[in-house]
Design a protein around this ligand. Structure first.
Ligand code: ADP
Ligand code: GLC
Length: 514
């Protein structure tokens, strides 16, 4: 089965969050299951630099405001996964992250930048840009890639099935309706039943409306986004898709997140011997200027600092946490008021609270390895990878009862005195309402368990034994792809169109907007 994965970021080349980790790992897991997988990525500087064996597939010409667009093909450095890269310097050769300028403002031409990505993906899938390859399934990730589903739908000759994965419904790719003519789509696509959304143009709706299957990154989030509370205004659209919407839980990439073989942490360790974890804790306390105390519970946060992540609750619960003799280490970047508030807390409590602002992949590993417990108090969480990494590293997660956190953590029960018998399946601590008092109770339960070494060790062992395998997720995706056409993988596809010459302008209904 030939699968084209479309995304805007990929670990380790470009990463703003968990999406990159998924795009870095899922294709390899699908390939290990026997699938023929290729990626389509935008030609951001770091992506072009990380494309090995790069060769030109075709010149696409002028498109979406860029004078020259070239399609390249190569393999992703490190993983060797085959990738097409849309080389359009005018649109992608920029500093900052894939979506924003260095001053955190959205690039004003994001509609064109990500429509181009989708357009190219749809035409590769149809076999029109690379005569040697066409896709059975086009799988687009988040709004950045969602337009691919609309362009496939607009293409009269495309036979590719489409799958759209929502990694975060809160980021929707909303644009001025005046941008619609730039997309080169028939006017029916700007109707409320299509891409129009309360007077705006919604790229997210391109995925939700036109993909044959919609997935999210955990089963609980799949159910949540069909409700007004979590649907971000799109719950009606999602409910209308009925059983086409499902959740497939993300995995953990064992090659990257494995405490027994992690080159950046102070000492390796495994469930059978946690001595190295104490070394990591001391190294982290030292690195952050915290008091180096082995018996002091060290709580950590590794997160984007946005309202999604509920970190205002941590600030509000901090006095209670400190009153219990615990330390807090925060690694994050994002909203300036949150950065300032955590910095102020660190200044007010030297030796007990420490903050590392900014994005640092290696330090995230040191945090996950060195902390005793990891806080993920999110208001909503489509999947959440941090708590899964924490489990893998024997770092006990303290999470809110929401989204993928529900699907990955089992609450220990118990009370602040440590009196109640803990749940024998427990891997962490959970709280319900997004209120400081509710988080405080969970923190008290966590500290109480920490002070009982056997109870704590059992939680760590159980967490480390959890199997969040990408192979499991890949098999679920493959079964879903297969369900779209059970004849795939059984030899040549009946009715496959003969690949046409790779001239973008010759193929399909969606004319190439110059
Ligand atoms: P989200 O994608 O919503 O940010 P996830 O938990 O799925 O949440 O993924 C977050 C990813 O980003 C993890 O790999 C985590 O380690 C990483 N991360 C978050 N903040 C930082 C940071 N400041 N420095 C390095 N890595 C970070
Ligand atoms: C999004 C979500 C996060 C999820 C990640 C990868 O960024 O916020 O919960 O783990 O995508 O799917």
């Amino acid at each position: 089965m030939k699968i084209l994965q479309v995304a805007a970021e990929i670990f380790p080349l470009v990463k703003t969050g968990g999406l990159a980790d998924v795009v870095g790992a899922l294709p390899q897991a699908l390939i290990a299951e026997g699938a023929d997988v290729r990626l389509v990525l935008p030609g951001l500087p770091a992506i072009l630099a990380g494309l090995e064996q790069s060769a030109v597939v075709c010149e696409i010409g002028a498109a979406f405001g860029a004078a020259r667009v070239t399609l390249r093909r190569g393999v992703v450095k490190g993983s060797g996964v085959p990738a097409y890269v849309v080389d359009a310097p005018y649109l992608y050769k920029r500093p900052g992250n894939p979506y924003q300028a260095p001053d955190n403002s959205e690039w004003p031409d994001n509609a064109q930048r990500f429509a181009l990505l989708g357009w190219v993906a749809a035409h590769i899938a149809a076999g029109e840009l690379d005569p040697d390859w066409q896709a059975d399934v086009l799988h687009a990730h988040d709004w950045h890639a969602a337009m691919a589903c609309a362009y496939v739908s607009a293409h009269p000759a495309s036979t590719a099935a489409t799958v759209f994965t929502v990694h975060n419904l809160a980021y929707q790719g909303l644009f001025d309706p005046g941008d619609f003519p730039l997309l080169g789509l028939p006017s029916r696509f700007m109707m409320p039943a299509s891409l129009e959304f309360h007077g705006q143009l919604s790229f997210m709706k391109a995925g939700l409306k036109y993909a044959q299957r919609v997935t999210t990154v955990s089963p609980t989030y799949a159910a949540e986004i069909a409700t007004p509370e979590f649907g971000c205004g799109l719950d009606g659209v999602i409910r209308a898709r009925g059983r086409d919407v499902s959740g497939i839980l993300n995995g953990v990439d064992d090659d990257i997140w494995n405490p027994s073989d992690d080159p950046v942490i102070a000492a390796p360790y495994a469930a059978s011997s946690l001595a190295g974890k104490a070394v990591c804790k001391a190294a982290l306390q030292r690195a952050l200027g915290l008091r180096v105390e082995p018996g002091t519970p060290l709580f950590g946060v590794v997160s984007r600092l946005t309202s999604q992540k509920g970190l205002d609750l941590v600030l509000a619960a901090l006095p209670n946490l400190l009153a219990q003799g615990a330390q807090l280490a925060v690694q994050g970047s994002g909203d300036l008021p949150l950065e300032a508030a955590f910095s102020a807390a660190a200044a007010a409590h030297p030796g007990m609270v420490a903050v590392r602002l900014g994005y640092d992949e290696a330090f995230a590993h040191e945090m996950v390895a060195g902390c005793d417990a990891m806080l993920v108090p999110s208001r909503f969480e489509p999947c959440g990878l941090t708590q899964m990494y924490a489990l893998r590293y024997g770092t006990v997660p303290v999470v809110r009862h929401v989204g993928g956190l529900v699907d990955t953590v089992v609450d220990a029960g118990g009370d602040a005195d440590g009196a109640a018998a803990p749940n024998p399946l427990a891997t962490g601590f959970m709280f319900g309402p997004a209120l400081p008092a509710a988080l405080s109770v969970a923190l008290e339960r966590t500290v109480a368990a920490y002070r009982q070494p056997e109870v704590w060790a059992a939680l760590q062992q159980r967490g480390m034994a959890q199997n969040f395998s990408w192979a499991t997720a890949a098999r679920q995706y493959l079964a879903m792809y297969q369900g779209l056409n059970p004849n795939w993988g059984q030899g040549p596809r009946a009715g496959s169109p003969t690949p046409t010459a790779p001239t973008a302008k010759s193929g399909g209904a969606s004319r190439l907007p110059a």
